[in-house]
Each structure stands twice: as structure tokens, then as C-alpha cells.
Ligand binder design. Sequence first.
Ligand SMILES: CC(C)(COP(=O)(O)OP(=O)(O)OC[C@H]1O[C@@H](n2cnc3c(N)ncnc32)[C@H](O)[C@@H]1OP(=O)(O)O)[C@@H](O)C(=O)NCCC(=O)NCCS
Length: 193
Amino acid sequence: MDTVISRLDPGDFRDRLPEALGVYVDAMGYPTQVVRSRAPAWMEHSHREGWSCVAAFDPPRRRLIGHARGPLVGICYGYRGAPGQWWYEQVSRGLRDHDHHLPEDYVELTELHVAPAHQGRGLGTMLLTEFLSDRTEPMVLLSTPEVDDEANGAWRLYRSHGFTDVLRDYRFDGDARPFAVLGRPLPLPGARE
Ligand SMILES: CC(C)(COP(=O)(O)OP(=O)(O)OC[C@H]1O[C@@H](n2cnc3c(N)ncnc32)[C@H](O)[C@@H]1OP(=O)(O)O)[C@@H](O)C(=O)NCCC(=O)NCCS
């Protein structure tokens, strides 16, 4: 496979934002108008403490000097969870109802998406493991929509990497769908020290 996984700094991320959001709406099956509403939030995320990002790129269509990356076909980013963040406050509320609370130090895996035509070839696994490989937090948390029998690529990916239930059937404000919050300790087994 010629697809390469690379880290993006906030400047690269800004440059590639339209493509990354295109992958996101295609992968999630959202209408394309969602791109406009998510763009400012994704940009704001890239300035948060502990933000890091990896992306998958197809080979460039024309090999030009200085254009080592082709089209973006996968994106994964996250940042350090902290009080005051929308997701932190929402999940804290859900956990409080069960007499639990969020760990003090965790990384939120905020987004992970692979373009539909590229799914099932290991890119999601590579993005997830590369993203987590240099995190210093002892725990990663994420949320994903509930699906019957956990039967989709996201659930398969997270379960096969040892993610366990933190909250199930949770409703975030403004979204009618039930979500699961999943987590696991870090580092991943076999990760480089
Ligand atoms: C989740 C996602 C990023 C995984 O990317 P991917 O490149 O397909 O992942 P991989 O090829 O590494 O496969 C990961 C696992 O899912 C399985 N899988 C991949 N596509 C699948 C599909 N369409 N149906 C069922 N299982 C699938 C693989 O067999 C693999 O399972 P294994 O680890 O038990 O072998 C991708 O499916 C996606 O973008 N989904 C839509 C968006 C989404 O749900 N994002 C997560 C939101 S939290």
C-alpha cells in the first residue's frame, strides 16, 4: 500500500481542513453542509493544549518537488481533556449520574475517520496507533454512536484495541442519537517507549 501516515502541525491541518472535513462527512454519512458548521470548531480544537493530529495521504498524483503528499484520505486528532471543554462537561455529567468522574489526565480522541473507499485496509488502525504512540496521558477516551451489535468499523477497531465501556447509551446535548463513551489505559501494548 502506498498510502502514508504523517503527523500534521496546526498549519498543515488548516491547509488540509477542507479535505479532512470532506473525509469526515463522507465517512459519517453527514450532509455536506455540516462542513461549514464544523470548520470553526475543528480549527479551534487545533489550538488546544496537547492537540496532535495524524493523517493518511494517498501518493501525489504528479510527483513534484515539495509535494510529497497526495490527497488526504484519513484523519485522526485529539487533545488533552480539561474542565470547561464541552465534551468534558457533557461526559462528566453522564458519569456523575453513575457516581463516577472523569480521570484527571486523559487524551480525548476527538475525531477518527477514513474515506469510505479506503476503509477496511488497515488505515484506521494505523492512524489510531500512530496518534496514541507519543501521548503522555495514562488514558484515552472517545465517544462513538451506538450501533446494533457494535457492528461497524469503528466498534471493531476500538474493541480490538482494548477499549472498554465508560458510559453507554448516553445522550449528548443537541444530538438525538445514543453514544457510547469508551476508554483504555495507555500506552497501547507494544507501543514504542
Ligand atoms: C472507524 C474507521 C476510521 C476505521 O477505519 P478503517 O481504515 O476501515 O479501519 P481498519 O481497516 O484498520 O479496520 C479496523 C477494524 O474494523 C474492521 N472493519 C473495517 N471496515 C469495516 C466494515 N465496513 N464493517 C465491519 N468491520 C470493518 C476491520 O476488519 C478491523 O477489524 P479487526 O481489527 O478486528 O481486524 C472507519 O471505518 C470510518 O471512518 N468509519 C466511519 C466514521 C466513524 O465511525 N468514525 C469513528 C467515529 S468515533
